[in-house]
Design a protein around this ligand. Structure first.
Ligand SMILES: [Zn+2]
Length: 85
């Protein structure tokens, strides 16, 4: 499953579920992405599911989004952070 932070520029190893932010991506049988959302670590995968994880450092600065043909990409969270503070 997850071995390191989903940010390609970050090499933080995945160790604990309570650190950072875990994303679950569910895919339809045809390969199209159904949903991409943050999950509780205890959530049971129903269909074809992939997990992505952002370490603490990255989770406060970015989130993950699926791009058609490009796969999972990081997205900056600057707007959300400003709105929250
Ligand atoms: Zn990271």
């Amino acid at each position: 499953m997850v071995s390191k932070c989903a940010n390609p520029a970050c090499s933080a190893p995945f160790r604990y579920l309570h650190e950072g932010k875990l994303f679950r991506m569910e895919m339809n049988p045809d390969g199209a992405v159904d949903t991409l959302h943050v999950v509780a670590p205890s959530g049971k995968p129903a269909k074809h599911t992939e997990f992505f994880w952002l370490c603490d450092e990255c989770a406060i600065r970015m989130t993950l989004a699926f791009e058609k043909g490009g796969g999972i990409k990081t997205r900056p969270l600057t707007r959300a952070l400003r709105a929250a503070s």
